[in-house]
Design a protein around this ligand. Sequence first.
Ligand code: NAI
Ligand SMILES: N[C@@H](CC=O)C(=O)O
Ligand code: NA
Length: 439
Amino acid sequence: MSALSSSSSPLRLGIAGLGTVGAGVIKLIEANADLISARAGRALKVVAVSARNRKQDRGICLDTLRWYDNAADLVNDAEVDVIVELIGGAEGTARTLVEAALKAGKPVVTANKALLALHGPALAKLSADNAAPLLFEAAVAGGIPAIKTVREGLAADRLERIGGILNGTCNYILTVMRETGQDFATVLADAQKLGYAEADPSTDVDGWDAAHKLAILAGLAFGQPVVFDSLHVEGIRQIGSADLDFARKLGYRIKLLGLASLREDGLEARVTPCLVREDAPIAQVDGVFNAVVTESAFAGRLMIEGRGAGAGPTASAVTADLIDIARGKTVSVWGVEHSDKPALQALPLSAGKGAFYLRLLVEDRPGVIADVSAVLRDCGVSLRSMLQPTPARNETTPHVPLILVTHQTSEAAMQDAVTRIKALSVVTASPVVIRIETD
Ligand SMILES: NC(=O)C1=CN([C@@H]2O[C@H](COP(=O)(O)OP(=O)(O)OC[C@H]3O[C@@H](n4cnc5c(N)ncnc54)[C@H](O)[C@@H]3O)[C@@H](O)[C@H]2O)C=CC1
Ligand SMILES: N[C@@H](CC=O)C(=O)O
Ligand code: NA
């Protein structure tokens, strides 16, 4: 009887990557050993590991574990039943390791969203062809059981829309900037210290990490993978404290949202900062918390919230997948058996509609508002409200902010209006444009 199907022998794990998540998994398995054995029907035992630096102090003892300098060698260890990939990155060692493990018929648990978003279809095929499970609950929204909710909890329903707050680092930055007025760089450095950010934090702040998660969620929700490069992706670098403040004055908060909807004419999928009404449930999701929202025909609207990053929540999700493997549970990657549907391409952003917040920096002289209003009128964009903060009495600045809020309009009309506004001589900096999420 193989170690995978034996109910009494421990499930032996080879862990690649001992950073925030890898070390977190080892600590959790040790702390909750009895509970895990009871729920899994057998113990989880880490037997081998690989990382860049063997000597680094991680607060865990590696003395009894086999060490591999080359993570891919974990696959050839006959006493490793399951590969746990916690290195990260869509290419390089992480990809080589996961592919080799699946080809060898070894189950894989990973937290690697970049890998799944970019190579999900090929990995799903390897998983199916070799009857090797590939589980990735930790890849989306950390400790929130988002994958299970969509793939299992909503298995009977037809999903129409999925998304939410999908990056803990960005939500932490926007929350702390709003609450304390600290600058972007300081708050990002804190998020890195807390273990929330990716190895290259531009993956977080430029929206790519949220996009990886959105692609995975949309693939699960709509039963077929999504062409990652077709997603529209914006990050939060352009959002200043001034925007958080103006948004508050207008009754909104700013969140980085990933949203995917399956419309009659195709898939709409984008990651963009959005103004959300301050009394909306998603506006209350602050700090490192994420929220995953689904809309489906029978279940209606559902929102689950929890910590989206950090050692504990992520280790919890990784270990829950390991328990599933120990129990012998099998699920297909996109939740659809024998599917060979082609990957879904997202519609261009210009095909959509939206309402918008615009922050302009303009010359402080008569006629400016008339010039800007004329452009909006010519582009067919209707203005809902305007905010022109009065400069402090002794301030002698020649440039002042002008905040505009539009009614619902077409993205194409808005793009045209922004290009023309930018070209006006009275507008002295590139406009900041933020979508307003009305649902
Ligand atoms: N930190 C978090 O809150 C979350 C992280 N994730 C994902 O989990 C994975 C790991 O993330 P973290 O633990 O935060 O990263 P980390 O940077 O803290 O740790 C990465 C580990 O991989 C090791 N490593 C790097 N290159 C290697 C190689 N070629 N061979 C062997 N080991 C190598 C490093 O030595 C380090 O131990 C990534 O895919 C990340 O996107 C997912 C959810 C949350
Ligand atoms: N860097 C990611 C980690 C979890 O996926 C985030 O901030 O959400
Ligand atoms: Na999760």
